[in-house]
Design a protein. Structure first.
Length: 163
């Protein structure tokens, strides 16, 4: 299991540069937002749709930053690893709804438990971007057993957000 926390680009500045609305709340971002040179370079993991469905079914509000007709292309990776989307969440949302990240991570973990049922050495990867009150961002990258995803919420709590 590996978890890394690092500084991340300003989501609001990058999206504004691309002419995209800045999310206010929970959102799913393209995985390569930091390195993309234009909107046409953006890509999202195919599991982004799975997480959107989990959120919709569980009535967890999230913000779409692209309309249905302008979603970035999908990247399908093959292997026995689940490559999750990049989740974005502001500390403002966490202060209003401290459990939203824990609940979201729990939904994903339960989905992965069912998906990998009986499998040995299953692995999941997920990135969570936390936007601080001052607009700066931190990225938490997780790669390891699916049941370790919930630890991201504790890291967020240590960074000053609630979970």
């Amino acid at each position: 299991m590996s978890t890394e926390v690092r500084d991340y680009i300003s989501i609001s500045e990058k999206l504004k540069d691309f002419g995209v609305s800045v999310p206010n709340g929970l959102a799913i971002l393209p995985y390569n937002l930091a390195t993309a040179k234009s909107v046409n370079d953006l890509r999202q993991h195919v599991e982004s749709d799975t997480v959107r469905t989990l959120l919709k079914v569980s009535k967890i509000p999230y913000v779409e930053i692209f309309d249905e007709d302008n979603q970035p292309p999908y990247l399908q990776q093959y292997g026995f690893e689940w490559f999750g989307p990049t989740l974005f969440i502001s500390t403002g949302l966490l202060s209003q709804n401290p459990n939203v990240l824990s609940i979201t991570l729990g939904l994903i973990t339960n989905y992965l438990y069912d998906m990998f049922k009986g499998a040995q050495n299953s692995k999941a990867s997920l990135d969570v971007i936390i936007q601080q009150a001052d607009g700066s961002c931190k990225e938490i990258h997780y790669s390891g057993p699916p049941d370790g995803l919930i630890n991201i919420a504790e890291i967020v709590k240590e960074l000053g957000g609630e979970s």
